[in-house]
Ligand binder design. Structure first.
Ligand code: SF4
Length: 280
């Protein structure tokens, strides 16, 4: 019978597990209705389960009646977003990942100390927008080309989107050397993403079939599936255990499983159990 191996680093990261726990507790114990500002994570199953537990999703705090509970999700928000929610009389609970909080604190401090703050990350990403809210004069740089023709101050302070690739940070730092007198780099990259990618690639090289679990709207899960497909042709990206097909596993000796940072452990277990049943 084929062996099933789950990648050493797979599934929900610390920040997502923490936020999920906080919201589930609130849904059980809060005396008022609970909402999240945007979907809590990019995992439609989890969002649907939370909805069944009475947790709604809103796009703006003005949609929430006074007195209700409103969660700020792991990506974090600009200070004015939280302030407005409190002014509207909402019970605000902050589920921002502590690693994202570190980025906010670093950006604020650098700006206060007179540095030109550069946020290295993807413009428009909610985490980056939240960080810019903490250092309103900050410039967002996604790649070296974004620095072309930009005035760079003598003292520059960098903070980094938590999920950015180390290589991009290195390139931006290299491009700034020589364009300023002082360059402070706060390496705020969280290694949850890179660890999942390295573990998935290692397993995919050995596996006959790879199953990648997570929302199709999750960028990090889709990227994991691409990494696995490059090493293992029989890679399948699924959201639900019901999508598994027995024919995928014919002749396989090693079936690998991995999951994106927004996939809770129980969804990995469900898939593992179902594959066990499908194996010849
Ligand atoms: S990837 Fe890292 S920074 Fe982002 S939520 Fe997970 S633990 Fe926090």
């Amino acid at each position: 019978m084929a062996r099933i191996v789950v990648a050493q680093e797979a599934g929900a990261c610390f920040g997502v597990e923490r936020a999920l726990g906080m919201v589930r507790n609130a849904a059980r114990e809060a005396t008022a209705p609970v909402h999240t500002l945007g979907p809590l994570i990019h995992n439609p199953r989890v969002v649907a389960q939370l909805a069944a537990d009475g947790v709604g999703v809103v796009e703006d705090s003005s949609e929430v009646p006074a007195g209700d509970v409103l969660f700020m999700r792991t990506h974090g928000v600009a200070p004015h977003v939280e302030e407005r929610a409190r002014e509207l009389g909402l019970q605000v609970i902050d589920a921002t990942c502590p690693f994202v909080k570190k980025v906010h604190v670093a950006a604020e401090r650098l700006e206060r100390e007179g540095y030109q703050v550069i946020v290295v990350g993807e413009a428009g990403h909610p985490e980056v927008e939240g960080t810019v809210g903490h250092a309103p004069g900050a410039l967002v740089v996604g790649c070296v080309a974004d620095l072309d023709g930009v005035n760079i101050a003598r003292r520059v302070g960098l903070v980094v989107q938590t999920t950015l690739a180390q290589d991009t940070l290195r390139e931006v730092v290299a491009a700034l050397i020589g364009r300023c007198d002082e360059l402070r780099v706060m390496d705020t990259i969280c290694d949850a993403t890179s660890k999942r990618q390295e573990a998935a690639a290692e397993l995919a090289r050995r596996a006959d079939v790879m199953v990648v679990i997570g929302g199709r709207n999750s960028a990090n899960t889709t990227h994991l599936a691409q990494i696995c497909a490059a090493a293992c042709k029989r890679t399948h990206h699924i959201e639900l255990p019901e999508e598994l097909d027995a024919t995928w596993f014919e002749g396989a000796e090693l079936v690998g499983i991995t999951a994106g940072a927004s996939t809770p452990a129980e969804q990995i277990d469900e898939v593992r159990v179902r594959i066990e049943r499908l194996l010849p």
